[in-house]
Design a protein around this ligand. Structure first.
Ligand code: LFR
Length: 472
């Protein structure tokens, strides 16, 4: 086997990570080399991602990796959160900073578009869950704002193109756009047409595990990057995180726990029925032609947003102290509906939570830092209870006999939440990797480089799983 290193870039809404995989003595060893903070920034025209900062951070990470790997870099792949995109001119240069999916313009765009194209029809065509954050509504909001039609790339694919790769839309990421036809697995001409969007401006679709060409540009001057392949992994971080779970069999579910909690199970094909639609479950692309059947549940966002509200008041306990502070509190009498659209928006989280409690006839919590433990306890119990509810529905819809749930991602270290999840779901909670997206990203790179099977085949998925096991 080629003994050169590989790099995985994982773009997260709160932090981005650049990791290195090397083979000292022939055994794989991964290392987090560079991590930098990320977050949406409020500009005059809305909430955006600081693209220049992200690009600079990735470049710094790549340079650090090159310095650590004298054997050279064989391949690079990028995954990240889905739905957001960079609009590009004909030369592939960004026209503007990308919008953040939490911008309120999407809620309006969703309502407007549904007047032309019914949510029922859209569901039938795409098989995915109705979410105002989906790329479709954002492109529609761009159109309504009269931005000239332009090419666009989702963020991970943009980063790969920035390194010199072919501009593409990787399938797992593309399914989250709400622009893919669930039956043909191609862009849905109908949805493009009805939303007034130009199909000819959409990128070419490729499966996870596609080679996109060699790294080019200034970085190629570094010895380590002379002959580096760019690979599309599962560009959707959730699909990567699931690819990083080294589990076989049919008895397991997953919770990919970060800013969001993605709660569901892998299936061999999309699952559909009136009840699935009613429950607003999603079917998104997974590695090797499989399907992620899950629901977006709110996640660490609730905690992090409360934390920043308290920080503004000069109270800076940090998440681990907050978690400790609520140990031993009695279970809250009224639980939150964690997926209330209001709780997905940014800012004023303790106030938003109290608004919901009051609307339910419960007493509001103390919004001063003294009340922090009660908020944290309420969030943990409410999340675990929602996980249990969603996993119960997963069993019904898929017919799977679930015994285990793998929790992966940053939130998997939350021991209290894991304990409550085990209690409320009755399933064995298995703690996967905190960096499961990175692990899955590497596993797809290795399967792409080492295997002869088609990336859309289930044998490819098997090889990815075997690499994930070796890297775990
Ligand atoms: C997780 C994630 C979810 C997606 C949301 C928005 O990071 O990618 O899967 O629904 O972020 O992209």
């Amino acid at each position: 086997k080629d003994s050169r290193a590989s790099i995985a870039v994982d773009l997260g809404a709160e932090s981005c990570r650049v990791s290195l995989l090397r083979w000292p003595d022939g055994a794989p060893q991964t290392q987090l080399v560079h991590r930098f903070g990320n977050g949406p920034v409020q500009r005059e025209d809305g909430l955006h991602w600081p693209l220049d900062r992200i690009v600079d951070g990735v470049e710094e990470g790549l340079r650090k990796c090159a310095a650590l790997a004298p054997e050279g870099i064989r391949s690079i792949a990028v995954d990240g959160w889905a739905v957001d995109y960079v609009r590009l001119n004909d030369e592939g240069v960004p026209i503007a900073e990308p919008f953040c999916y939490r911008d309120e313009r999407n809620v309006r765009a969703e309502a407007e578009l549904h007047q032309h194209l019914s949510p029922e029809r859209m569901r039938e065509a795409t098989g995915i869950q109705q979410l105002s954050i989906n790329t479709l509504y954002q492109l529609y909001a761009d159109r309504k704002a009269r931005y000239p039609p332009s090419r666009w790339l989702n963020l991970p694919e943009y980063m790969l193109a920035w390194m010199g790769g072919e501009p593409v839309a990787e399938f797992t990421n593309a399914t989250h756009s709400q622009l893919i036809d669930v039956h043909t697995r191609e862009w849905s001409a109908e949805i493009f047409r009805e939303a007034g969007l130009r199909l000819d401006l959409a990128p070419r679709l490729v499966p996870p595990g596609t080679r996109l060409g060699k790294l080019r540009g200034p970085l190629q001057q570094l010895d380590a990057f002379r002959d580096t392949e760019l690979i599309a992994p599962a560009c959707h971080d959730t699909a990567s995180a699931i690819a990083g779970i080294p589990a076989v069999g049919e008895d397991w579910a997953y919770i990919s726990s970060g800013t969001w909690s993605l709660v569901g199970a892998l299936t061999s094909r999309p699952v559909d029925s009136p009840a699935v639609r009613e429950d607003n479950f999603t079917n998104l692309g997974a590695v090797g032609g499989a399907n992620c059947f899950h629901k977006n549940v709110n996640g660490m966002w609730l905690l992090k947003q409360c934390e920043s509200a308290w920080t503004e008041q000069g109270f800076t306990p940090g998440v681990s102290e907050l978690l400790r502070s609520c140990e031993g509190l009695a279970p809250p009498a009224t639980l939150l509906e964690v997926d209330d659209p209001d709780l997905l928006l940014m800012g004023q989280m303790p106030q938003r939570i109290n608004r919901q409690l009051v609307a339910k006839g419960a007493s509001p919590l103390d919004e001063s830092p003294d009340g922090a433990p009660t908020f944290v306890s309420l969030i943990l119990y409410s999340l675990a209870s929602r996980y249990a509810e969603v996993l119960g529905r997963v069993k019904q819809h898929t017919g799977k006999e679930l015994r285990r749930v793998f929790v992966v991602g940053g939130g998997s270290r939350n021991a209290q939440l894991n304990r409550l999840t085990a209690e409320m779901t009755g399933l064995e909670v298995c703690c996967g990797s905190v960096e499961s997206s990175t692990l899955g990203n590497f596993a797809v790179q290795l399967a792409t480089l080492e295997s002869a099977c088609s990336p859309s085949s289930s044998s490819f998925a098997g090889e990815v799983c075997e690499w994930a096991r070796q890297l775990s």
